[in-house]
Design a protein around this ligand. Structure first.
Ligand code: C2E
Ligand code: CA
Ligand code: CA
Length: 680
């Protein structure tokens, strides 16, 4: 117990002894410890025995504070200036910091001596908690700064209490105008609606609600994802907003790849057909008409082959652009692949119908395409199918439009054709022929016939034209007019053409040996064969193999070969001519520009089409035309063959008109080799 106790002090000491959680120390006028309770022992580490009689400044006051404490105590004793209660950092026996809230009182004891009592409350726990709070706050600050998301703290009614955005450019309002506004009512109507609905939903159901929206910000259209959670205990909401523009872009890119053509950016086949299905559904509901236009660029493959793929690509891009010019916004222009396009027209009416659009498309293509400083003319063949008349399903309409497109090609290209039921029959036949033609060569179904050609003046046989025949065991005999175009389109004409050349030369060899004389062999060559790089070397080899002079061989070509204007055709023709092979312009008079080609290329022979020969004895125009043609051909140094001579009068007239050679049923139909060899 204390050495100098008194009545008052006794009562107080008893009280302080009882509260071990608070440190109470008593000091005399010399600041020596006169009282030291259990709480002080616990807080400062000195036992009562150790503390009693020690001066405060030697016990628990850190060095820098000592003078202040001593003078403050002196001032209190002498001048009555109280030492105010304060938070202090004192020192323990172990030299550790001791955080306390220290209050002080001054008593006068019965000896009229002053005693100062210090009541110290340990602040360690409080300090810890405060430090924790400060740490958490700074951690949150770091996290928020490092996170690109925007955080909003809202009251349940949507009032924005606080927000955090590391990137202020993503905010819809100026940064200083956000707090105090209501989240509902500041955004554009469509976005606002989403917030309104989702806030209500989250308040009602709890959990996390998320949704996406987009805002037009100064930096461009920005896509966001918002997640709302409810802090129900505080009646508050946390909204975390994330910029997902990049994800959106990559998703859009993937979509673009899946649905759009990379070259032209037009809807691809998949999307086009999907749109067609949708259009047809809408059309059925509203009893409206829908049109499908199937487009194919004429001779695009030739352009691609001769000018290269890069030029071909440019052409396709420009073609796509032009196609889009001809339609309305609600219509669709798609690319089906290669040089095939599709145009879908919805809600047709008198002012806007498939015919007008088709004509408009053809007109738009009349303007030459300027590619790499070249001007190219590219035409279109268009097939049209209209729903509901030509079908109500997407695939039916597409197939029928495709069929009509073939018809347009057949009609000479650069035109359009509407689908009819009859076309389907034609198409079926086409497919059958195409199917049967595969392997027909290997199965020896082809045979070359020969039609004799005679000298008009002497009446002697001078040669023959090789004409192909196909005896199909399935389809019967098929006329070359029917199967040759199909063979051309499928490319089978290349091996078939080689077969004809081979057979013709083989026969020529036999024929010349049989009669010990020279004959001329005319062979028809298709445009497609000129795209075959092998053509010239194949001919050289074949001539060499049979030991036949190139001058015996004559190639009949139509102006279709020349119309492409491609450099490789020119080169091939020149090569053939240089070999010594004769070139014959077939079907002269049926085309538009044969005459200009005659001057341009090294032709040797001109064949007047049988449609003119047919009429020469009947009408004067045909006769005049043939007469003029022969004269002109001769002036250019060409010999003239008249084909399709069926009557003696025609022969007599042709003789008078100075025609050189004749060929026709009047002399002989095309006949097989064994008959031809005997023909005189
Ligand atoms: P083209 O080159 O104009 O051949 C002449 C056609 O007229 C042949 O028909 C022939 O049989 C026919 N013809 C000949 N004289 C007469 C006549 O007095 N009166 C009538 N009405 N017709 C006559 P074909 O053999 O049916 O050949 C048709 C077309 O098929 C040929 O027309 C030619 O363009 C093509 N073609 C035939 N064979 C081949 C071939 O081996 N290769 C290529 N690329 N085309 C061929
Ligand atoms: Ca011919
Ligand atoms: Ca002909």
């Amino acid at each position: 117990m204390l050495a100098r106790t008194n009545i008052i002090n006794d009562a107080i000491h008893q009280l302080f002894d009882a509260v071990g959680a608070i440190s109470v120390q008593g000091y005399d006028e010399e600041r020596k410890v006169v009282y030291w309770n259990e709480g002080s022992e616990a807080l400062y580490g000195y036992s009562q025995a150790e503390a009693l009689g020690q001066r405060i400044e030697d016990l628990i006051i850190p060095k820098p504070m000592r003078d202040i404490v001593v003078s403050a105590h002196t001032d209190w004793l002498n001048k009555g200036i109280e030492i105010p209660a304060a938070e202090l950092t004192l020192r323990s026996k172990n030299n550790d910091d001791v955080h306390v809230f220290s209050s002080h009182v001054m008593f006068t004891n019965q000896n009229n001596e002053k005693e100062m009592y210090c009541i110290d409350i340990n602040l360690a726990d409080l300090k810890d908690a405060q430090a924790q709070a400060v740490f958490k706050e700074s951690m949150l600050d770091v996290v928020l700064k490092a996170t690109p998301d925007i955080f909003f703290l809202l009251a349940d009614d949507g009032l924005i209490l606080d927000y955090y955005a590391s990137n202020k450019t993503k905010l819809y309002l100026p940064p200083n105008e956000i707090i105090g506004k209501n989240m509902v009512g500041i955004l554009p109507p469509d976005v606002d609606k989403k917030f309104r609905l989702n806030i209500a939903k989250t308040v009602q159901n709890g959990g996390v609600t998320s949704f996406e929206y987009e805002l037009d910000l100064p930096n461009g259209l920005t896509h966001f994802e918002a997640r709302i959670s409810h802090l129900s205990a505080y009646n508050q909401l946390v909204i975390i907003v994330r910029d997902i523009t990049e994800q959106h872009k990559s998703a859009e890119l993937i979509r673009q790849h899946a649905y759009f053509d990379a070259l032209t950016s037009l809807p691809n086949r998949f999307l086009s057909l999907d749109r067609l299905s949708q259009m047809l559904k809408d059309a059925e509901r509203n009893t409206e008409k829908t049109a499908v236009l199937f487009l194919d660029l004429d001779d695009f493959k030739k352009v691609n082959d001769s000018l290269g793929h890069e030029a071909g690509d440019k052409l396709l891009i420009e073609a796509a652009r032009r196609l889009n010019l001809a339609v309305r916004k609600q219509d669709t222009v798609g690319r089906l692949g290669g040089d095939e396009f599709i145009v879908l027209l919805r809600t047709l009416n008198e002012d806007y119908n498939a015919l007008d659009v088709a004509e408009n498309l053809l007109t738009l293509f009349r303007e030459p395409f300027k590619i790499d400083n070249r001007e190219l003319i590219l035409t279109l063949s268009i097939g049209i199918a209209i729903s509901p008349e030509n079908g109500t399903g997407a695939s039916d309409l597409l197939r029928n439009a495709d069929t009509a497109m073939y018809q347009a090609k057949e009609m000479g290209r650069n035109t359009y054709s509407f689908y009819t039921k009859e076309m389907n029959i034609i198409m079926l036949r086409r497919f059958e022929i195409e199917e049967q033609m595969h392997g027909a060569l290997e199965r020896s179904e082809f045979e070359v016939y020969f039609q004799p050609q005679l000298d008009v003046k002497s009446g002697r046989v001078t040669g023959a034209e090789a004409l192909l025949r196909w005896h199909s065991p399935v389809l019967g005999n098929i006329r070359p007019d029917e199967f040759i175009p199909i063979a051309e389109q499928t490319g089978i004409i290349v091996p078939i053409g080689e077969f004809v050349i081979q057979q013709a030369l083989q026969f020529l060899k036999l024929w010349e040996n049989e009669h010990k004389g020279n004959y001329n062999m005319a062979v028809n060559v298709s445009p497609r064969q000129f795209r075959d790089n092998n053509l010239v070397s194949f001919i050289k080899e074949s001539l060499h193999k049979e030991g036949i002079s190139a001058s015996r061989l004559e190639f009949e070509i139509t102006e279709g070969v020349l119309m492409t204007g491609s450099s490789y055709i020119d080169a091939t023709l020149t090569e053939l001519h240089d070999l010594g092979i004769k070139l014959s312009m077939d079907d002269f008079g049926t085309g538009y520009s044969s005459l200009s080609y005659l001057r341009q290329y090294a032709f040797d022979v001109l064949k007047i089409d049988r449609s003119f020969i047919n009429g020469i004895t009947l009408n004067k125009e045909d006769c005049d035309l043939v007469k003029a043609t022969i004269a002109m051909a001769h002036s250019l140094g060409l010999t003239v063959v008249a084909e399709g001579v069926e009557q003696e009068e025609q022969l007599t007239l042709l003789n008078k008109l100075d025609c050189d050679y004749v060929q026709g049923f009047f002399f002989s139909k095309p006949i097989p080799a064994n008959e031809m060899i005997k023909f005189k």
